[in-house]
Structures are given as structure tokens and as C-alpha cells.
Design a protein around this ligand. Sequence first.
Ligand SMILES: [Zn+2]
Length: 69
Amino acid sequence: MACPVCACDRFYVKGQEDEYDMQEFDLRYGEVFIAAEETENGKIEIQDETEVFCDNCSWHGKLKELRKP
Ligand SMILES: [Zn+2]
């Protein structure tokens, strides 16, 4: 699992109420991995339908799109 455009495996999600409330995560072995320090104030749930943004380029889409083979 990686960005289909640039192959980066680091992404972020935006808060539903405040789009500047962002939370970064990595994709490791096909799973969402959130660094411990980000989990502490992390309130954003990342699910298959969650819109995720590539940290490296302008790609964004639903998490489930990254799960496609
Ligand atoms: Zn990308």
C-alpha cells in the first residue's frame, strides 16, 4: 500500500470539524500506523471510507482505494 502517484507511504487525514486539525500516519505492511505522540491527541478515526491525503504529492482519496491491488 502506497500512494498510486508517488509511492509515498506517509499520509494524513483532516479533522471533520476543523480541516487544519490534521493527523499523520504511515502505512506499514498494509496497516495504518499512527506514531504514539500523535495518538495522544488523535481523535480522528481512520476507516476505509476516510479521505486520506498523500504527504508528498497532491493525491487524495479514500483509504480503501489504497487497498486495491
Ligand atoms: Zn503521493
